[in-house]
Design a protein around this ligand. Structure first.
Ligand SMILES: [Zn+2]
Length: 647
């Protein structure tokens, strides 16, 4: 039998439980669980009475303290206020409760006591006194003051603000049923971009039109000393803007061909999806060496934190040119069409991530395809990117024990902290391995339909419904299979499950072969590896010695499981001091690899570990190896060429 959660512990404590069938079960001696924590009202689909006034002061850029004042309509009685815990787009409980401080609550000028829920530390219980009609709530959001404290959001030149981290909201209501009126103060003279409507004011004070908590939570605000905003689609069905904030004014300059490629992204996306799911859209782009790289999708905007020279140094920023396409695709895939188990009525109900290989995997696929179609990267550069991706999964030992489906929990298991053995543990592989599944599906549809149909048709039918609407439409695995079948009849359920569920074997590379290409290794880095290594000041030897090392001091950044480096006992964090007796330099490693290809002698490294120096020998003779794609002459028509060509 299985104990039910309805089992009455008090009866258990009394010593006896009578089961439905009449049999008695004696309780064991020892402690029993404490009484449950007070209940937190579950969200209901009913209007919250009144409008919350949310006032944010974001002018303290020196100390990076954001001051929040909220006026929350409330009648006498018990109330639970929630700080958002499950943040859309992070797919995990990454709400920054550790940065939440200084909470005081008053009603009618009198202090109101609050108590944090003992189980859910994001919930605060309080009792609104008789005669009160509103609560005044004050707290601070302590934005990270340095790299050791988290990702920078406030610098002396820019603000990257997410209102979802800057508000408490009442438990008991769907987020879309709570109205909020926001005003914000930013440093005087700074300009801002956001998808929030009606922002107006002067001297740094901005008031927005009241909106739902759902829309507010989905609408970041980027502000900066150096700011520029340009239209990407002046004649389109809805305004689309590129909003840039930079560390320096000179970084905001956009060359005509760069602007043309960003404009083409919009037109190519419309050709792909045949729809849009916003009334206006803003790419909020920070060009910074301080705010770390990364993106976050929203319905009518995206946060795109990229290199300071994203617009001014094409070679350096090459590896990040698919960032904006990826986040833009999410407006269709992720925000509008959303997995049924991922959608939640508010931000404290747990999200379930089982379909992230669609949400992120297919977004990654279309992001890369649109990057090429828009001309943000050339076809050859996109092939280089794909070579890097394919080579990663062709050499991923973690596939031997862990199915791709299981990795969909990775954001919850590990919110992007470094992993000692990433290639063995696996890490959010639903992005890139997910993309390979969709390449596989795309080329298969093209083959079966003799070129008449493709995954583009699926994109149009699945994401293109309700043109103009941005009310999310949820879907299940079965809905997905049905939609694929409508494009091309096939056993898509088995196709998907055989790629998601088993572990072991090689990554799904059929799409590459069907697309007319094959993976080969050469002794020169391709452009994407060059760009990634250049930006991160490191050199990749993953496909030869099995590690990546920092250029300056030889610190090993990662070691591939089961590689020659692994077998020699190397780990991330070791520092290479010398190579065959010569002081470390990445070029010295390259020379040693080349020399070892024609010799039987191992490569000797002197390595500094956390507490000692040691000499290790790498018995490797395969030469330098970097991934490239080359045309497979056995396949006549390369459908991958068609996939990457502008429509
Ligand atoms: Zn994404």
């Amino acid at each position: 039998m299985k104990f039910s959660s309805f089992l009455d512990y008090r009866a258990l404590a009394a010593g006896i439980i009578v089961l439905a069938g009449g049999a008695a079960l004696a309780a064991s001696p020892g402690p029993v669980p404490a009484a449950s924590a007070p209940p937190i009202p579950a969200p209901e689909d009913k209007p919250f009475p009144g409008t919350i006034q949310l006032s944010i002061d974001a002018t303290d850029i020196d100390r990076k303290i954001v001051r929040v004042h909220e006026v929350i309509p409330a009648g006498a009685g018990d109330l639970t206020l929630l700080y958002p815990k499950w943040l859309p787009g992070t797919h995990a409980p990454e709400g920054a409760i550790d940065r939440f401080a200084g909470l005081t609550v008053t009603a009618n000028g009198q202090k109101v006591a609050w108590v944090r829920d003992p189980v859910d530390v994001y919930a605060f219980h309080l009792t609104v006194p008789a005669g009160a009609s509103r609560l005044d709530v004050n707290f601070q959001y302590l934005s990270p003051v340095g790299d050791d404290f988290g990702d920078a959001e406030m610098t002396s030149n820019m603000l990257v603000l997410e209102p979802i981290r800057l508000a408490l909201y009442p438990a008991g209501y769907f987020a879309r049923q709570i109205m909020v009126s926001l005003d914000i103060v930013i440093p005087p003279g700074w300009q801002f971009g956001t998808a929030l409507d009606g922002g107006s004011g002067a001297g740094g004070y901005i008031m927005f039109k009241p909106t739902t908590f759902e829309t507010l939570a989905d609408s970041p605000i980027f502000a900066g000393r150096y700011f520029s905003r340009m239209s990407l689609d002046p004649d389109g069905p809805a305004p689309v803007h590129l909003d840039l904030v930079g560390d320096r004014e000179s970084q905001l300059k956009i060359a005509p061909e760069e602007l043309a490629a960003h404009k083409a992204l919009i037109s190519q996306a419309y050709k792909l999806f045949g729809s849009h799911h916003y009334d206006h859209y803003d790419f909020l782009v920070s060009l910074s060496d301080t705010v770390p790289l990364g993106g976050l999708e929203h319905h009518r905007s995206s946060e795109d934190n990229t290199y300071s020279d994203y617009l001014t140094d094409a070679a350096r920023s090459l590896s990040d040119k698919d960032l904006l396409p990826h986040e833009y695709v999410h407006s269709w895939n992720g925000k509008f069409r959303r997995p049924a188990d991922l959608w939640t009525p508010n931000y404290d109900v747990p999200m379930r991530d089982s379909l992230l290989w669609v949400y992120e995997g297919q977004t990654e696929y279309w992001g890369k395809v649109l990057t090429a179609r828009a001309g943000l990267r050339s076809k050859q550069q996109e092939l280089d990117d794909l070579a890097y991706l394919v080579a990663t999964y062709d050499n991923l030992p973690g596939r031997s024990w862990r199915p791709l489906q299981d990795t969909t929990s990775d954001e919850i298991i590990n919110p992007r902290r470094p992993l000692s053995w990433r290639s063995w543990q696996r890490f959010e592989d639903y992005y890139d391995e997910g993309a390979l599944i969709w390449l596989d599906a795309d080329t298969l549809i093209r083959e079966m339909s003799k070129g008449a149909r493709s995954l583009d048709d699926f994109a149009k039918s699945f994401f293109g419904i309700d043109d103009g609407s941005f009310v999310p439409v949820t879907y299940t695995f079965d809905d997905l299979v049905k939609a694929l079948n409508a494009v091309q009849p096939y056993d898509w359920a088995t196709f998907l499950r055989t790629r998601l569920e088993p572990s072991g074997g090689k990554a799904p590379l059929d799409g590459l072969k069907r697309g007319g290409y094959r993976l080969v290794y050469g002794d020169a880095e391709n452009d994407i590896v060059k760009s990634l290594d250049g930006e991160r000041k490191r050199t990749t030897f993953t496909w030869s010695l099995g590690f990546v090392a920092a250029n300056k001091d030889g610190e090993i950044k990662s070691v591939l499981w089961d590689s020659p480096g692994f077998k020699a006992g190397l780990t991330a964090g070791n520092q290479i001091v010398a190579v065959n007796g010569i002081p470390y330099d990445p070029d010295v490693v390259k020379e040693a690899i080349k020399a070892s290809a024609g010799s039987k002698d191992p490569i000797e490294l002197i390595v500094k570990t956390t507490d000692r120096y040691k000499v290790v020998h790498l018995d490797y003779h395969g030469g330098l190896r970097y991934p490239h794609l080359e045309r497979d002459p056995e396949v006549k028509a390369a459908s991958l060429d068609a996939i990457l060509t502008a429509k």
